[in-house]
Design a protein around this ligand. Structure first.
Ligand SMILES: Cc1cc2nc3c(=O)[nH]c(=O)nc-3n(C[C@H](O)[C@H](O)[C@H](O)COP(=O)(O)OP(=O)(O)OC[C@H]3O[C@@H](n4cnc5c(N)ncnc54)[C@H](O)[C@@H]3O)c2cc1C
Length: 254
């Protein structure tokens, strides 16, 4: 039995002819800041929205040991990723310091259609388990690896028999039952909120209302919470449309 956990450009996925997925490109610089500037980020993560940092996503700054990670990602304008990274570096407090590492990596946009074949199963980035909107992949990589391992033990009767269709039932079906709606809701949120700067501002407002605990509950596949978030999204979305319409009228008049 094989678990394919070899990232987005997976050889295991190729070997079972799992079809490719659409992907975003993420680019991140590790920057060593002067000590007094680093103190500012000691207990702080920052998220930046705006066309200068990403046309369809957000930029981030967060501390990692003795340096900060400064990154952004985009689907619609991949060749310009460096321009957005430079835009991000123009934001306050990160425009000095020494770049010690640059990382670029594809990020899946949706789960692959083929994730199990015979005795082979895909997990994490290889399966395409990164949520839209929040780009959360670490939790889902860990969770899917765990679930897949357990499913293999169960389906093979603790290694006493060869598995076949059992893996699909024990792993894929359970995974989709738990997380399909979470991935779908976050997909809708991304479509709604990353289209314009006004919509991104509305997302920031929504995040203030439904705090981080809410998002963690989302990750646990709580359908009721998903539904509540979907309704607040629709409410804020109408707000954005009305607000943009008001702006258009104002621009026409003046
Ligand atoms: C810039 C950036 C920022 C991110 N920020 C966040 C974040 O804030 N929060 C979050 O939840 N997620 C974030 N993600 C996504 C997250 O990093 C991934 O979803 C997660 O690491 C996926 O884990 P994985 O184990 O599936 O794959 P990986 O972490 O990519 O691990 C795959 C491993 O397989 C190895 N490998 C590959 N090919 C082979 C081979 N042929 N033979 C042997 N070994 C091989 C690789 O060396 C690697 O060690 C970010 C991603 C990027 C690129």
């Amino acid at each position: 039995m094989v678990i394919g956990a070899d990232s987005a450009n997976s050889r295991v996925a190729k070997s079972i002819k799992a079809r490719n997925y659409a992907f975003a490109i993420a680019c991140q610089e590790r920057i060593k800041l002067p000590e007094e500037k680093m103190a500012y980020y000691e207990n702080l993560d920052k998220m930046y929205v705006g066309h200068d940092v990403s046309p369809d996503f957000y930029g981030w700054v967060f501390p990692k040991c003795d340096h900060v990670a400064v990154g952004t990602d985009t689907v619609c304008s991949k060749p310009d990723i460096k321009i957005y990274l430079n835009g991000l570096r123009k934001r306050p407090k990160i425009n000095e310091g020494k770049v010690i590492k640059v990382e670029a990596h594809p990020i899946s946009e949706h789960p692959r259609l083929v994730r199990v074949q015979g005795q082979v199963a895909l997990v994490g980035d290889t399966a395409g388990y990164v949520t839209k909107c929040s780009d959360e992949g670490i939790y889902f990589a860990t969770k899917s690896g765990w679930m897949c391992g357990e499913a293999m033990v169960r389906a093979s009767k603790e290694g006493l028999r060869m598995i076949n269709e059992g893996l699909r039932r024990e792993y894929l079906k359970k995974w989709d039952e738990m997380y399909f709606s979470t991935f779908k809701v976050l997909d809708i949120l991304q479509r709604v909120f990353y289209g314009s700067d006004a919509a991104k501002e509305a997302l920031v407002e929504l995040c203030g209302k439904c705090n981080i605990c809410h998002l963690i509950r989302l990750a646990e596949g709580n359908r009721w919470e998903d539904l509540k978030l979907l309704f607040s999204t629709i409410g804020v979305w109408f707000g954005v449309i009305l607000w943009e319409e008001k702006l258009r009228v104002w621009a026409r008049n003046y």
